[in-house]
Write a protein that binds this ligand. Structure first.
Ligand code: PLP
Length: 485
């Protein structure tokens, strides 16, 4: 009988020693690549031939790992996003760290599914969550979850908000069981992921009231209170207020203490989107302002932005563990908990969020927090804030540059105004030239219907002279554009 069975295969290497040699080379090359990042352009356009090379058919037969690695070094590695570079300041994108990258390799080696069960992967995640609560001043009894990023963290927090405020059993009835139309409140400067969450949760964009901001880009709290009162009078059901700890455009803080007061008076859920700003709690100067995080019902923040953890890693903390659990937990037979063994009834992360299967993203956070310690993270975040103030001062000293917004945190918005004509168009072109020259990668911003350049610093490799260079090159390119026009 057995002679008729085909030989069995595995995906393990036939030659472990050959893969070991390749693995060592990969590690060496990776560390060299990170060490020498400053010598390369921040970004470079992908040549057409390279772009075209990604259109080949699906592979059907095996290839040698050495050949695949060569392809990676020739076609993939040379055209990165650039966010590991010291002069990358686009959107809000973190740098990553060498040990973080190695940690991801270790996590992939162990390859646990951190959706649940009793193993070291879930233990590490629980410890990371406890550390983050302690460092951000969120009560230790809060529940939490590591997620892919701020978008997912907002979705998870706002799902609990909706389910609690919906009164009825919304998980069962859907919105049809809610006591009137549900509404959430946030400023016009709020990140688009909150809008996505409102849409996914069935409230629709009409169910997310966008409240105007003041000249500091912070929410107009009185206008928010009026909106709540008007909605109640019209028979709608206000659910929650989303406060910003660092808005994406300018790094503005809403008056979170007043918002917390409004929420406790009006019995509304208080969710804070602190994607990057919440981490400023590690900086003594900002700690007092962020003590209010202890009053939030839920807090969303990223670790891949201002904790410089490699992508992806975000976190949501919820001050009401039972409500958090009851918003997501399901108990089908195939996920039954046992008295002991691997399936023991420990806290299963999948009961606190959308995803069942989950990677071991906790490991890179656990190792990184130990490598640097919270105090050094605080110093690096403070350094980025100081660099933003330094850049703002450089901009303010140049008559050809105009600052577009206050700099309360790590974001500087400005534009070149050294010529006439369409300044929006001039600055859009200037930004493209900064990217294509490989000098620096800021991103764009539109404030009060005017376009400009936005430098957002969540980068542990940037130095003051990088900002000197940015200003020098912006002036050069601006003059070139005005002269050529
Ligand atoms: C980046 C950001 C988000 C979304 O986070 P992702 O990690 O990109 O999903 C939400 N809110 C703010 C203020 C952000 O800056």
């Amino acid at each position: 009988m057995t002679d008729e069975l085909p030989p069995e295969e595995t995906l393990d290497p036939a030659d472990w020693e050959a893969l070991r040699a390749l693995g060592h080379r990969m590690v060496d090359d990776s560390l060299d690549w990170l060490r020498d990042v400053r010598e390369r352009p921040v970004w470079q356009p992908i040549p057409d031939a390279v772009r075209e090379s990604f259109r080949s058919p699906a592979p059907r037969t095996p290839a040698a790992p050495e050949a695949i690695y060569r392809e990676f070094t020739e076609r993939v590695l040379p055209y990165p996003m650039g966010n590991v570079h010291p002069r990358f300041w686009g959107w809000v994108i973190g740098t990553g760290t060498p040990l973080g990258a190695l940690a991801d390799m270790l996590a992939a080696t162990m390859n646990p599914n951190c959706g649940g069960a009793d193993h070291s992967g879930t233990l590490v995640e629980h410890q990371v969550l406890d550390w983050l609560k302690e460092l951000l001043g969120v009560p230790m009894e809060a529940s939490g979850l590591l997620v892919s990023g701020g978008s997912m963290a907002n979705l998870v927090g706002l799902t609990v908000a909706r389910n609690v405020a919906g009164g009825a059993d919304i998980r069962k009835t859907g919105l049809a069981g809610a006591p009137g139309r549900l509404v959430m409140y946030a400023s016009t400067e709020t990140h688009s992921s909150v809008r996505k969450a409102a849409e996914l949760l069935g409230l629709g964009t009409d169910g997310l009231r966008l409240i105007p901001v003041d000249e500091e880009f912070a929410v107009d709290v009185a206008a928010l209170e009026h909106a709540v009162a008007a909605d109640r009078a019209a028979g709608l059901t206000p659910v929650c207020v989303i406060g910003n700890a660092g808005t994406v455009n300018t790094g503005a803080f809403d008056d979170l203490d007043r918002l917390a007061d409004v929420c406790s008076r009006e019995r509304l859920w208080f969710h804070v989107d602190g994607a990057f700003g919440a981490l400023a709690a590690l900086v003594p100067e900002y700690r007092g302002r962020l003590e209010v995080l202890a009053r939030a019902d839920s807090v969303a923040f990223d670790l891949h932005k201002w904790m410089y953890i490699p992508y992806e890693a975000g976190c949501v903390l919820v001050r009401h563990p039972k409500e958090h659990h009851d918003s997501f937990a399901v108990a089908p037979g195939y996920l039954a908990r046992a008295r002991g063994g691997l399936a023991a009834a420990t806290v299963w992360p999948s009961d606190y969020g959308v995803e069942l299967s989950r990677g071991f993203k906790a490991l890179k956070v656990w190792m990184s927090l130990q490598e640097h310690g919270a105090e050094r993270y605080g110093r690096l975040i403070a350094q980025n804030i100081a660099q933003a103030r330094y850049l703002a001062a450089l901009v303010d000293a140049e008559p050809e540059l105009e600052r577009m917004a206050p700099v309360p945190l790590n974001i500087v918005c400005f534009r070149y105004v050294g010529g006439g004509g369409d300044l929006d168009e001039l600055n859009r072109e200037l930004l493209i030239r900064l990217h294509e020259s490989g000098i620096a990668v800021p991103s764009s911003v539109t404030l009060h219907e005017r376009s400009g350049i936005r430098v957002s610093i969540t980068n542990h490799r940037s130095r003051r002279d990088d900002f000197d260079l940015l200003v020098r090159e912006t002036l050069r390119l601006g003059r070139e554009l005005v002269g050529g026009a």
